[in-house]
Design a protein around this ligand. Sequence first.
Ligand code: PLP
Length: 426
Amino acid sequence: MNSEDLFKKAIKLFPGGVNSPVRFYEPYPLYFSRASGSRIFDADGNEYLDFSMGFGANFAGYGNAEILSETMEYMGNPVPEGVPTRGEIILGEMVKEAVPSVEMMRFVNSGTEATMHAIRLARGYTGRKLILKMAGGFHGAHDYALVDAGSGVMTFGVPASKGIPEETAKTVIVGQYNNVENIEEIFKKYGKDIAAVITEPVMGNMGVIPPSPGFLQFLREITERYGSLLIFDEVITGFRFHYGAYQDLIKVHPDITTMGKILGGGMPVGLFGGSEEIMKNISPAGGIYQSGTFSANPFTVASGIATLKFLKKSNYESTIELARWIEEKLSPYKDLGVRVNRVYNMFTVFFNEKDVVDYSTARSSDVKKFFQFFRNLLKNGIYLSPGQFEASFIGMAHTPEEIEMAAFKMAYALEYDMNVGGDKNQ
Ligand SMILES: Cc1ncc(COP(=O)(O)O)c(C=O)c1O
């Protein structure tokens, strides 16, 4: 059955035909039946070089033999779900060693769960109600995170979805990433009621946007000044750029860290953690409730241990170098309205005349042109993350030959097929 036929069935089973909205694109999403290394294979008999890698969940490569065999060994010796296990201690110690600000943690099942509990923890710990998130930042699909900026520069949030009570959205203030003045203004007005600032340290969900110099340091300073907590949502960036979290590369340490994706090696995972002083307020040690049948479930833990073992001895540098190649190959198209934002080994190709440095410049990108590019690359065997506001990723399985060819195809698509910026000979 090909993708079109599968979608016809899916549309009767799942709203919009998919199990998560970002998986849909016109006219129907491709269905994938197999993955190996950096390659994914669709139900229509096509093979693609994958730059989405499970929206960043897979870093070691699909079916990595070492990870698979170690995970299977655990799976062959099942332990019960919903009870404490030795594995969770091994994985917990590995995380603590790699991310020193995470002295204590809780494993959960997704990034959404991780940020939801991190927010409750921050509120419970500080006794304050307000959360400051960044416009365009994404922290999962729960009520506290699915809040947009209202009109006006400094604003309480408005629900980004039907079904979220206005009262809930009003407990979230939406600020501007990379805008010190805006955050300072918000703190001046509401600082003593702000429980926490939550942000992706490197924006990945409005496309890749790096922090401007000093911005994260400023967030650390202002949260300390007002007695608020700082939450770094490292669901994407955890274990992505080096064996640890982004916070240690820039030496800005949050009070609470959330992680997910790579940590589970392809199994559903999330984690929130921080200092012992904060984390010991979680039930049953303290009065802030959090629980989950599948938290630290043995399969995820097994896969997480195997993945971290593999990543610890892996060469991250090569993935960063390959991402640099793409950036360099596409840089001549800047004058034609193409901007490549790269942070280490993740990147977004923006269709924009301006540099993309914040939410408003990101939103001014040409989404139609992005999908033209996306489709063109699909025809040429390349699968980018399917959205202008998504990040694409280079992992351990991508080879220099693959990236050289992909960079060439991307440049070719821009130069000849899309004719970005119009016909130069006219
Ligand atoms: C930064 C960030 N936080 C949280 C989430 C939510 O994670 P999950 O999809 O595992 O619930 C995502 C998902 O893409 C994310 O990118």
